[in-house]
Design a protein around this ligand. Structure first.
Ligand code: 5GP
Length: 117
Protein backbone atom coordinates (compact mmCIF):
# COMPACT_ATOMS: atom_id res chain seq x y z
CA UNK A 1 0.00 0.00 0.00
CA UNK A 2 1.27 3.46 -0.88
CA UNK A 3 2.29 5.63 2.07
CA UNK A 4 2.32 8.78 0.01
CA UNK A 5 0.43 11.73 1.46
CA UNK A 6 -2.63 13.05 -0.32
CA UNK A 7 -0.58 16.05 -1.39
CA UNK A 8 2.29 13.88 -2.68
CA UNK A 9 -0.27 12.21 -4.90
CA UNK A 10 -1.25 15.65 -6.22
CA UNK A 11 2.44 16.50 -6.78
CA UNK A 12 2.83 13.25 -8.73
CA UNK A 13 -0.43 13.88 -10.65
CA UNK A 14 -1.89 10.63 -9.35
CA UNK A 15 -5.02 12.45 -8.20
CA UNK A 16 -6.47 15.51 -9.93
CA UNK A 17 -6.04 19.08 -8.74
CA UNK A 18 -6.11 22.53 -10.28
CA UNK A 19 -2.34 22.98 -10.34
CA UNK A 20 -1.26 26.59 -10.89
CA UNK A 21 2.49 26.20 -10.42
CA UNK A 22 5.03 23.41 -10.21
CA UNK A 23 8.80 23.22 -10.29
CA UNK A 24 11.36 20.83 -8.84
CA UNK A 25 10.83 22.15 -5.30
CA UNK A 26 7.22 23.22 -4.89
CA UNK A 27 3.68 22.79 -6.19
CA UNK A 28 0.67 25.10 -5.85
CA UNK A 29 -2.96 24.19 -6.46
CA UNK A 30 -6.41 25.51 -5.62
CA UNK A 31 -7.93 24.34 -2.33
CA UNK A 32 -10.82 21.94 -2.91
CA UNK A 33 -12.95 23.82 -0.31
CA UNK A 34 -12.03 27.47 -0.88
CA UNK A 35 -12.50 29.81 2.09
CA UNK A 36 -12.02 32.95 -0.04
CA UNK A 37 -12.19 33.89 -3.75
CA UNK A 38 -8.51 32.98 -3.96
CA UNK A 39 -7.51 30.00 -1.85
CA UNK A 40 -4.35 28.29 -3.02
CA UNK A 41 -2.19 25.71 -1.24
CA UNK A 42 1.56 25.99 -1.78
CA UNK A 43 3.55 22.94 -0.72
CA UNK A 44 7.09 21.62 -0.80
CA UNK A 45 7.24 18.62 -3.12
CA UNK A 46 9.13 16.91 -0.30
CA UNK A 47 6.56 15.62 2.22
CA UNK A 48 7.54 17.41 5.45
CA UNK A 49 4.68 16.42 7.82
CA UNK A 50 4.49 19.53 10.03
CA UNK A 51 6.46 22.62 11.00
CA UNK A 52 7.75 20.54 13.94
CA UNK A 53 9.65 18.41 11.42
CA UNK A 54 11.38 21.31 9.68
CA UNK A 55 15.18 21.30 9.72
CA UNK A 56 17.83 23.72 8.51
CA UNK A 57 18.02 21.66 5.30
CA UNK A 58 14.49 22.87 4.52
CA UNK A 59 15.27 26.59 4.73
CA UNK A 60 15.67 27.06 0.97
CA UNK A 61 12.51 25.22 -0.03
CA UNK A 62 10.42 26.93 2.65
CA UNK A 63 11.73 30.33 1.56
CA UNK A 64 10.81 29.35 -1.98
CA UNK A 65 7.17 28.91 -0.88
CA UNK A 66 7.05 32.66 -0.16
CA UNK A 67 8.48 33.48 -3.59
CA UNK A 68 5.81 31.28 -5.20
CA UNK A 69 3.11 32.87 -2.99
CA UNK A 70 4.09 36.37 -4.10
CA UNK A 71 4.07 35.36 -7.78
CA UNK A 72 0.68 33.68 -7.49
CA UNK A 73 -0.79 36.64 -5.60
CA UNK A 74 0.32 38.87 -8.48
CA UNK A 75 -1.13 36.41 -10.99
CA UNK A 76 -4.44 36.32 -9.10
CA UNK A 77 -4.59 40.13 -8.98
CA UNK A 78 -4.65 40.30 -5.18
CA UNK A 79 -1.19 41.72 -4.48
CA UNK A 80 -2.27 45.33 -4.09
CA UNK A 81 -5.22 44.71 -1.75
CA UNK A 82 -3.31 42.11 0.22
CA UNK A 83 -3.87 38.59 1.37
CA UNK A 84 -3.07 36.17 4.19
CA UNK A 85 -0.56 33.33 4.31
CA UNK A 86 -1.27 30.61 6.88
CA UNK A 87 0.64 27.50 7.91
CA UNK A 88 -1.28 25.31 10.37
CA UNK A 89 0.64 22.94 12.64
CA UNK A 90 -0.83 19.96 14.45
CA UNK A 91 -4.09 19.52 16.29
CA UNK A 92 -4.43 22.92 17.98
CA UNK A 93 -3.23 24.60 14.79
CA UNK A 94 -6.09 23.00 12.87
CA UNK A 95 -3.86 20.99 10.54
CA UNK A 96 -5.76 18.26 8.69
CA UNK A 97 -3.33 17.20 5.97
CA UNK A 98 0.07 16.19 7.35
CA UNK A 99 2.16 17.42 4.46
CA UNK A 100 3.29 20.94 5.33
CA UNK A 101 1.48 23.55 3.25
CA UNK A 102 0.99 27.29 3.05
CA UNK A 103 -2.52 28.65 2.48
CA UNK A 104 -2.75 31.75 0.28
CA UNK A 105 -6.10 33.45 0.94
CA UNK A 106 -7.36 36.65 -0.67
CA UNK A 107 -9.84 38.34 -2.95
CA UNK A 108 -11.85 39.76 -0.03
CA UNK A 109 -11.02 41.08 3.45
CA UNK A 110 -9.96 37.96 5.35
CA UNK A 111 -11.08 39.29 8.74
CA UNK A 112 -9.70 38.72 12.21
CA UNK A 113 -6.44 36.91 12.45
CA UNK A 114 -7.65 34.34 14.97
CA UNK A 115 -11.15 32.99 15.53
CA UNK A 116 -12.24 31.82 18.98
CA UNK A 117 -14.23 28.89 17.57
P1 5GP B 1 -5.01 22.21 6.83
O1 5GP B 1 -6.26 22.28 7.68
O2 5GP B 1 -4.32 20.89 6.94
O3 5GP B 1 -4.10 23.39 7.05
O4 5GP B 1 -5.53 22.40 5.36
C1 5GP B 1 -5.77 21.33 4.49
C2 5GP B 1 -6.47 21.91 3.28
O5 5GP B 1 -6.44 20.94 2.26
C3 5GP B 1 -7.94 22.25 3.53
O6 5GP B 1 -8.15 23.63 3.28
C4 5GP B 1 -8.70 21.35 2.56
O7 5GP B 1 -9.83 21.97 1.98
C5 5GP B 1 -7.63 21.03 1.53
N1 5GP B 1 -7.80 19.74 0.87
C6 5GP B 1 -8.07 18.56 1.47
N2 5GP B 1 -8.14 17.57 0.58
C7 5GP B 1 -7.90 18.14 -0.64
C8 5GP B 1 -7.83 17.61 -1.97
O8 5GP B 1 -7.99 16.43 -2.22
N3 5GP B 1 -7.58 18.51 -2.97
C9 5GP B 1 -7.37 19.84 -2.72
N4 5GP B 1 -7.11 20.63 -3.78
N5 5GP B 1 -7.41 20.37 -1.47
C10 5GP B 1 -7.68 19.53 -0.45
Amino acid sequence: MSEDTLFTKIVNREIPADILFQDDRATAFRDIHPQAPTHILIIPNKPIPTVNDVTEDDEAVLGHLFVVAAKLAEQEGISENGYRLIVNCGNHGGQVVFHLHMHLLGGRPIGRMVSRS
